[in-house]
Ligand binder design. Structure first.
Ligand SMILES: Cc1cc2nc3c(=O)[nH]c(=O)nc-3n(C[C@H](O)[C@H](O)[C@H](O)COP(=O)(O)OP(=O)(O)OC[C@H]3O[C@@H](n4cnc5c(N)ncnc54)[C@H](O)[C@@H]3O)c2cc1C
Length: 285
């Protein structure tokens, strides 16, 4: 099938993009970034936007930079940009590890980091990264700029704090201090599929004990989030198999898994136990 007819708009400055969005969002206008989620839904006529506002010609949105201890990822930075570390230290390595699990190479060449965050699929790896690390989302419209913390950004399945006429111009991730350990583990049935469950953990060691643990789960609930119960178990513990098993149990108990035609909540809960333990083992290795 072909998409329903639409009008195409190609702004070349951020101001023009915001003005176009303000004018056309009320008339079913949508931002087009990499098109890897929007275009397939248009081809199936599940989405029929009247206007597409293509932001790919807005040069400043391609910016990828480090400022004030944060990695700033502009709205048109592609997934593929992260296949090699974009910054020295654990954050660059973490992003290079996680990106391999996003779809397939051609999709990674077009799809954008910010597009994934705006789209907010429950199984998006970048949404998990933003939730785990405490990312900040920069939403711009003609009314001004809002910086929204990850914990306040994701509301429900594919629903975020973005308004219809907001452009997610940038996502900021805090750099990780050099001794941060991280582990990512994803379970899906075929390589490149969306995750059925995944976990991202980070922590540091002080006197051989875990400090600053972050344990986040994705693909399981309506949106990725940190699991305080699992973090409390790890805090102050030696990183060993017992602590990891206890944290994995705590995470499995704490989640409220989605129920869909393919996977029962019980199955997803069991997977949480496994992905958390394996992510912790990877962080320790
Ligand atoms: C076969 C297949 C497999 C995939 N597997 C995975 C996977 O394993 N993991 C994963 O995370 N993703 C996966 N994806 C999705 C892919 O990563 C998309 O690139 C991503 O979800 C959306 O990014 P995009 O730049 O393509 O956004 P688009 O498709 O252009 O837009 C998606 C939505 O977000 C809005 N939007 C985009 N950018 C902005 C912005 N800056 N401000 C405001 N709104 C915006 C659009 O209006 C639209 O509603 C898969 C896609 C396909 C086709």
């Amino acid at each position: 099938m072909k998409p329903a007819p639409f009008h195409y708009h190609a702004p070349t400055t951020i101001e023009e993009a915001l003005a176009t969005l303000a004018r056309l969002a009320p008339d079913d206008g949508r931002v087009l970034a990499g098109g890897q989620s929007l275009v397939p839904t248009m081809a199936f006529r599940l989405a029929r936007p009247k206007h597409l506002i293509d932001i790919n010609g807005v040069a400043p949105l391609a910016r990828l930079s480090v400022e004030d201890g944060r990695l700033c990822i502009g709205a048109t930075v592609r997934h593929a940009a992260f296949e090699r570390p974009v910054v020295k230290g654990p954050l660059g390595e973490l992003l290079a590890d996680v990106v391999q699990h996003i779809a397939h190479k051609p999709i990674r060449a077009r799809g954008t980091f910010c597009g994934s965050i705006a789209h907010a699929d429950p199984a998006s790896e970048w949404c998990l990264v933003a939730a785990a690390l405490g990312g900040e989302m920069v939403a711009r419209s003609i009314r001004g700029t809002r910086v929204i913390a990850a914990k306040d950004f994701f509301d429900a399945i594919m629903t975020t704090a973005l308004e219809d006429n907001d452009l997610l111009s940038e996502v900021r991730l805090p750099l990780l201090v050099p001794d941060t350990r991280f582990g990512f583990y994803e379970f899906n049935r075929r390589a490149g599929d969306f995750a059925i469950a995944m976990a991202l953990v980070t922590y540091r060691l002080k006197d051989l004990k875990i400090i600053e643990p972050h344990v986040a789960i994705g693909g399981v609930e309506a949106f990725p989030r940190r699991i305080a119960e699992a973090e409390a178990v790890l805090d102050g513990h030696v990183p060993n198999a017992d602590a990891f098993a206890l944290a994995a149990d705590a995470a499995a108990k704490a989640v409220d898994p989605l129920d869909d035609a393919m996977n029962t909540p019980e199955y997803r809960r069991a997977l949480v136990r496994t992905v958390v333990r394996r992510a912790l083992e990877r962080a320790a290795s």
